[in-house]
Design a protein around this ligand. Structure first.
Ligand code: KIV
Length: 257
């Protein structure tokens, strides 16, 4: 297993994994010192491109953002989401994962589980393509948002799915919007690190969409903590600039040639 991946897996039960999304070099450069994993998520469909869901984001678009992000990363593990429709079968998955790895130089790809693509994960891992799994709420396959693992049957279903993903060789797994007790159980049973989003502190690590924690996206469900209101900070800066331009206060002599 690649060195960087091994380092992440060894952190289970030792240090909480800090993970965030990035879609550009500038943001990745800031995150890199503080994150274990940086994900170029297909959430960019909603967050950046204003799409209704993640279903139509193109692989080419994700690759272009990942190339930008990779330029800002020195130490974090770079994971790139495989968009919907790019891993429908083994041969498509292998072909597309190889393109993503080659073009972006990422360390791993992330695949959402549809409870049926374990063989795809296994094949990729056999070909030395590291895979991060993703269970619970999986936006590529689930139409309506719903908290996952709320009853015994559902909890058992997710646990079984997570175990199969681990057996297929994934090095870590995202648990999205999974009930605390279920996350706790899965995290305890699995040997690979679990990374929660809306899945309680019971996971081995946490991931959030960076635009959400910065107050840029306007998307604030219960599981998001807004650490700063960047929207307001940017707005204030733009208002000041606009006033300066109108009043001819900018540019000054020092800004001119
Ligand atoms: O696309 C994404 O950003 C994700 C995270 C929310 C886990 O999959």
């Amino acid at each position: 297993m690649r060195e960087k991946i091994l380092k992440i897996t060894k952190l289970k039960n030792k240090k909480r994994l800090v993970c965030l999304t990035a879609y550009s070099k500038n943001i990745a450069t800031i995150l890199d010192d503080y994150c274990d994993i940086i994900l170029v998520g297909d959430s960019m469909a909603n967050v950046l491109y204003g799409m209704e869901n993640t279903h139509k984001i193109k692989m080419e678009t994700i690759i272009n953002h990942a190339i930008s992000v990779s330029k800002g990363i020195k130490k974090s593990l770079l994971v790139v989401d495989m968009p919907k429709g790019t891993y429908k079968n083994i041969s498509e998955a292998v072909k597309n994962a190889r393109i993503i790895l080659k073009k972006t130089k990422c360390d791993a790809v992330k695949i959402e589980s549809n409870n049926n693509n374990f063989r795809i994960i296994k094949k990729l891992v056999t070909l030395k393509i590291p895979v991060m799994g993703h269970v619970g709420y999986t936006p590529q396959f689930t139409k309506k948002f719903k908290v996952q693992g709320s009853n015994k049957t559902d909890s058992q279903r997710i646990l079984t799915e997570a175990k199969k993903i681990q057996s297929a060789g994934a090095f870590s797994i995202v648990l999205e919007c999974v009930k605390s007790e279920t996350s706790k159980k899965i995290t305890k049973i699995l040997k690979i690190p679990t990374i929660g989003i809306g899945s309680s502190k019971e996971c081995d690590g946490q991931i959030l969409v960076t635009d959400d924690i910065l107050g840029l996206s306007g998307f604030y469900p219960k599981f998001v903590k807004k650490y700063v209101n960047l929207k307001k900070i940017i707005k204030d800066a733009v208002i000041s600039y606009s006033k300066d331009v109108i009043k001819k206060k900018f540019p000054r002599r020092k800004n001119s040639y």
